[in-house]
Design a protein around this ligand. Structure first.
Ligand code: FAD
Length: 385
């Protein structure tokens, strides 16, 4: 392990790896990523695979529009197929109130070039043939949303970063950060010390612990909540191609894997704050019931896996991304709730630009880590699960 590096990124999830890759792509050298377990073992490998631009605020729509452009090119750029498919997102709408809210969202999304639209229940059923449309009055549909394979995305970013000279140390835990007179001196790990002047906190659910090590003097409230997901045995290909969501049924979401054919999904049951991710029977029962409400035929399909992971939640469900002014060269990109996987390409690009060029054209101000301290929360990010 190196004893000195220009940049130390703490966290080997998709966010830390995307930042490492993008920094190296902009010509930065001497970058180290520390991961206390194996790459992706935090939330990234546990996610629901969904990638959407259907948000209800300008910043997340613009960020995701760019992220989808990047996702589309990742296979070529990183030299590895991350199985990104634009199979769409379908939000089921059951009431006039919901319809009004989705109409407003669609108008905003269209303003920024996202081709979402409101469709009829009959059109929704054409997209998802086994869908139960009882009570559905409309749906919000965007065919350019999609999904990707988190396992392949992690390895694609990690390998591309390594090719650009980034060193990645798994099973290497940051234990302390030495700061003197507002300047970072070193990161202490279980395998020794790395002298450095720059740290990026990409530890998501564990980000508050990293902030504490460095003595970050502002309040950045990120809390770990357990959310769970399941996967069913494979079903006939092409049955549930988009991500299908119903807020009426407890925030249930589901989609069929592009290649393996199983249905992945979850709903809004959460526990916490906690660092325990043991799956629960209540979840299994609740998700089975809700899956069958949306797709009745799923009653006859077995669940083969259930797992827990973290939504690293902030009070407005938007991440904290940016520079911490009181500690020279300390940055944070953490607290991604249920949408860090989809944002990873653009977050890596934007933060790398901020660090290297001192500015970015992406709306990072929206994710200002100081907003909590000032009591200026953003509108709640649209989130499912
Ligand atoms: P992580 O992947 O958690 O990476 C952080 C890493 O930091 C971890 O690997 C951890 O081990 C490491 N670390 C922590 N402390 C230290 C330390 N001291 N030293 C070294 N390393 C350390 N997002 C979407 O976009 N779409 C979805 O459909 C979606 N569905 C989800 C479904 C579920 C059930 C869950 C749980 C999450 C879902 N998410 C989804 C959210 C998504 O998984 C996260 O937002 C995303 O993975 C965050 O990536 P990350 O790299 O910030 O965090």
């Amino acid at each position: 392990m190196k004893s000195e590096a220009k940049t130390v990124i703490i966290g080997g999830g998709i966010i830390g790896l995307s930042i490492a890759y993008n920094l190296a792509k902009l010509g930065e050298s001497d970058i180290v990523v520390l991961e206390k377990g194996y790459l992706g073992n935090g939330s990234t490998f546990r996610c629901g695979t969904g990638i959407r631009q259907q948000f209800g605020d300008e910043a997340n729509i613009r960020m995701m529009k760019r992220s989808v452009e990047l996702w589309k090119g990742l296979k070529e750029e990183l030299g590895y197929d991350v199985e990104f498919t634009q199979s769409g997102y379908l939000f089921l709408i059951y009431s006039e109130e919901e319809l009004e809210a989705f109409n407003n969202n669609v108008r905003l999304q269209n303003r920024f070039g996202v081709p979402s639209r409101i469709i009829t229940p009959e059109e929704a059923k054409e997209i998802v043939p086994p869908l139960n449309t009882d009570g559905v009055i409309a749906a919000a549909w965007n065919h350019t949303d999609g999904k990707a394979n988190p396992f392949k995305a992690v390895f694609a970013y990690a390998n591309a970063a390594k090719r650009l000279g980034v060193e990645i140390y798994e099973y290497t835990e940051a234990k302390d950060i030495k700061v003197e007179d507002g300047k970072i001196k070193a990161v202490v790990t279980n395998r020794g010390e790395i002298r450095t002047g720059r740290v990026i906190n990409a530890a998501n659910a564990w980000a508050p612990l990293i902030n504490k090590m460095a003595g970050v003097p502002i309040k950045i409230p990120i809390e770990p909540y357990k959310h769970q997901s399941v996967k069913t045995e494979p079903i006939k290909p092409g049955q549930i191609e988009p991500m299908v969501i119903s807020f009426k049924h407890g925030g249930v979401y589901m989609t069929q894997e592009a290649n393996q054919g199983g249905v992945i999904g979850g709903y809004g049951l959460k526990y916490g704050p906690t660092y325990d991710i043991t799956p629960t029977y209540d979840f299994l029962r609740g998700v089975s019931y809700r899956f069958a409400q949306i797709i009745p035929a799923l009653k006859y399909v077995n669940i083969i896996r259930v797992w827990g992971g973290f939504y690293a939640e902030t009070p407005d469900h938007n991440a904290a991304i940016g520079r911490i002014n009181e500690i020279d060269e300390f940055y944070i990109a953490a607290g991604f709730s249920g949408h860090g996987f989809m944002l990873a390409p653009v977050v890596g690009e934007a933060l790398a630009e901020l660090i290297v060029d001192g500015k970015t054209d992406k709306p990072l101000d929206f994710y200002d880590p100081y907003r909590f301290e000032r009591g200026e929360l953003r509108g709640q990010a649209l989130q499912m699960g």
